[in-house]
Design a protein around this ligand. Sequence first.
Ligand SMILES: [Zn+2]
Length: 207
Amino acid sequence: MRRAFFGFSAALMLGLQGCGGASDSKVSSSSSGAIRGGLCGVPGLVGERRGDVSGRMRGCGIDNAVSVTRVAGVRLTQPAVMNCQTARALHNWVERGAIPAVGRTGGGIASLRVAAHYSCRTVNSRRGGKVSEHGKGRAIDISAINLRDGSAMTVLGGYNGGRYRGALRKMYRAACGPFSTTLGPGSDRYHQDHFHFDTAQRGNYCR
Ligand SMILES: [Zn+2]
C-alpha cells in the first residue's frame, strides 16, 4: 500500500509542480518505526523511520529515510520523505527562519504546504538529465505557509507583492545556510510557485 501511495502522491505532485516530472519512486517498508518525536535525534522532529528507500532509476534512493510530519511544532500538509540531514536542515529553517519571519501574522504558522519531497526523477524532469536532489531524499518544495487564521502566504501570490512579501522574502533568505541550495521565484521559470530547498553536496547555491 505504501508503494501505491507514494506512486500516487508523486504523480499528483508532478501535475502541479514545475519542479516535478516523470517519477517511479518506490519506498521499501522494511525497518520502519512508529510515529514519534525525536526523529533524527531532534526533539522537534516528529515522524516515522522508513528504512532504506530505493528508486527504479540509478542514482535514486535514500539510506535510512524518514517520513516527517511535524517540524518544530509546525505540521506539514503531507508526510515528507527525506534523509536525516535534510530533516535537520528543515527543522533549523522552520525554527530560526520561517517561525520568526511570520511572527504573529495571521496568528502564526499553522502548517507548511509541502508541494514535493522524495521523487525519483531527473532535474526539472528533463529526459536524460541527472538525478534530482528530490530523487536522493535531499530536497523539499514548499508552496505556501498556512496561517492559523485560515489565510495563507503563497509563494506564487505573495513573493512579488502584497502584504506577505516581506515575510516570504525573509524566510527564503534564511533558508540559505541550513540548506545548501535555495531556489524560488526569480531563480528560474521552474520555481515561480514554490521554494525548493536541498542539501546537495556541491557547495552553496542560493538564488
Ligand atoms: Zn524542488
